[in-house]
Design a protein around this ligand. Structure first.
Ligand SMILES: [Zn+2]
Length: 384
């Protein structure tokens, strides 16, 4: 039977050694098994009290609305907010959802004859043929994008001492760029921030690998000549150990969960929403409703969000993440502070970028951009 610790024990920092046996799907299966186990454990009464998933007995929010959430933040003992984010918080920064075929990004890769676009993110394929991944990585490389209003809202939560942790599915490092401290961030699907050799596991900096990527060369290890890969989680790799260890520590302490820009479709990330205590309000800020519980889940007592019941602790704020976060900030009385922070930080990033270009420190980048342009026109030729 799946124990709680099992996913953690199997995690390796690079995921390279057990790719065949522990894919992301396996983790998600284990997760489902764990939830069913929890259900039976509860039925037969041998669960620990702290794991109890009882329905709340009292009304937690005065009203199940955004104003109810605001009131809860303002006048209760709300000290530990966890934010969970998906691709939706970065779309206004111009970052495409690159994992979905048809986003346009895959056109440059036609010449590689991939078995399917997702093969780029499969560790087995990467070992054989790393070139397509690095071509895509160059196009998507973090650094030319600016964090969004939503990212700075999370930073404000941190500065006001309210942020317990930020869990993100994004690999774009925009949370770090926005100035949220690294120890407050869990990059569930990994990050471009660090890289490791897939054979000897030597670590490399973001600057080191960036230079190789922009020079169109496959980064190879200085110690063993293995391929060096950014620490983003590929299909067939485990999630970072930090995800499993901090998740077990953080979620029982959470007293407000804010889910932003995620359709809650990817496991195990999505099931984090059920790890908060049963009296913890959950706010979804997203273009559409997500993570809603089905009637089967209700029957089994298996969690999910509930936007229907009159006294639900769950609230949906529908719209773009930037709109939603600015609205929250306005209602909390931080509206101007957020607007000023965004303006100040964006100005600083613009100035830094133009300084880098004029001093030539970004020579590689410029060279990279030129050859990228060439590549694009070549693709166009072929398409004719
Ligand atoms: Zn190596």
């Amino acid at each position: 039977m799946a124990s709680k610790e099992e996913p953690t024990g199997k995690v390796s920092s690079d995921g390279e050694d057990n790719t065949a046996s522990a894919s992301a799907t396996d983790i998600s299966d284990r997760w489902d098994i764990e939830r069913i186990t929890q259900y039976f454990a509860r039925k037969f009464g041998f669960r620990r009290d702290e794991d109890e998933l009882e329905e709340p007995t009292e009304k937690i929010l005065e009203e199940s609305s955004v104003d109810g959430i605001i009131k809860y933040i303002k006048d209760s003992k709300c000290k530990n907010i966890i934010t969970m984010a998906g691709a939706g918080i970065s779309t206004s920064a111009g970052i495409p959802d690159f994992r979905s075929p048809g986003s346009g990004l895959y056109h440059n890769l036609e010449k590689y004859n991939l078995p399917d676009p997702q093969a780029i993110f499969e560790i087995g394929f990467f070992r054989e043929n790393p070139k397509p991944f690095f071509t895509l990585a160059k196009e998507l490389y973090p650094g030319s994008f600016k964090p969004t209003v939503c990212h700075y809202f999370i930073r404000l939560l941190q500065e006001k001492g309210l942020l317990l942790r930020h869990y993100t599915q994004n690999i774009d490092t925009l949370e770090r760029v926005a100035g949220i401290p690294g120890e407050k961030i869990v990059e569930a699907h990994g990050t471009f921030h660090t890289s490791h050799c897939i054979d000897c596991h030597s670590g490399y900096s973001m600057e080191w690998i960036k230079e190789k990527i922009f020079a169109d060369s496959v980064p190879t290890c200085e110690d063993c000549n293995g391929i060096v890969k950014p620490d983003i989680v590929f299909f067939g790799e485990n999630l970072p150990t930090k995800f499993f260890t901090l998740m077990q520590k953080d979620f029982p302490k959470c007293d407000l969960l804010i889910i932003m820009g995620s359709s809650l479709a990817v496991q195990p990330f999505a099931s984090l929403i059920d790890r908060v205590p049963s009296n913890c309000p959950r706010l979804l800020v997203n273009r559409e409703k997500a993570g809603e519980r089905s009637s089967l889940m209700v029957m089994m007592g298996l969690g999910g969000l509930d936007f229907k019941s009159e006294y639900s602790r769950d609230v949906a704020l529908l719209g773009d993440c930037d709109y939603g976060c600015q609205l929250l900030a306005d209602k909390l009385g931080w509206g101007d502070e957020l607007r000023e922070l965004v303006a100040k930080e964006h100005k600083r990033i613009d100035e830094e970028n133009s300084k880098n270009v004029s001093t030539g420190t970004n020579e590689q980048e410029i060279k990279g951009a030129q050859s990228e342009g060439k590549q694009k026109s070549e693709v166009k030729e072929e398409a004719k």
